[in-house]
Design a protein around this ligand. Structure first.
Ligand SMILES: C[S@@+](CC[C@H](N)C(=O)[O-])C[C@H]1O[C@@H](n2cnc3c(N)ncnc32)[C@H](O)[C@@H]1O
Length: 140
């Protein structure tokens, strides 16, 4: 895709939590830094193709790191996205029944541990070098 050509990217990236996608049981089960590098390549391409003032809407959950712990992906990615020239705009958080271990229809969660938070971040590509005077203004 050409540089600066897209007004909106909307994506739900894989989380690297061991989900089985299509015919692969290993594609979502990478070492954390391998997965992180793959996601940064993908997000870098989205940033390159985003027009100045364009928006990246990024849906994420948590990723599993190499010691088995969970890390919120928006926190893992934010500094990288800023370094790519994106400005954080907003965050949407919603709580759902745990998405990776679905329960029978109609069954309600027994505890907070049965629910999972999903987050979506909106980030805007900067129009120009950052200036406090113009921060937050739309590109003209
Ligand atoms: C969290 S899901 C998003 C699903 C999508 N929003 C939808 O509603 O169909 C992540 C998606 O990334 C895809 N995916 C995972 N690893 C991939 C890879 N290495 N290359 C290309 N796509 C991949 C999966 O097949 C899956 O469709």
């Amino acid at each position: 895709m050409p540089d600066d050509s897209v007004q909106l990217h909307l994506t739900s990236i894989p989380y690297n939590v061991g989900k089985s996608y299509g015919d692969s049981d290993t594609i979502d089960r990478r070492r954390h830094h391998f997965y992180l590098g793959f996601m940064l390549q993908t997000l870098s391409e989205m940033t390159r193709t985003l027009a100045p003032g364009g928006v990246l809407f990024l849906q994420v959950g948590s990723t599993r790191i190499d010691d088995g712990g969970l890390m919120p992906l928006d926190c893992v990615l934010l500094e990288h996205l800023r370094a790519m020239g994106l400005t954080y705009q907003n965050r949407v958080v919603w709580t759902i029944l745990h998405g990776l271990t679905p329960r029978a229809p109609g069954r309600t969660p027994r505890s907070r541990a049965d629910t999972q938070q999903r987050r979506a971040g909106a980030l805007q590509r900067q129009c120009r070098a950052y200036s406090p005077k113009t921060a937050g203004q739309a590109c003209l």
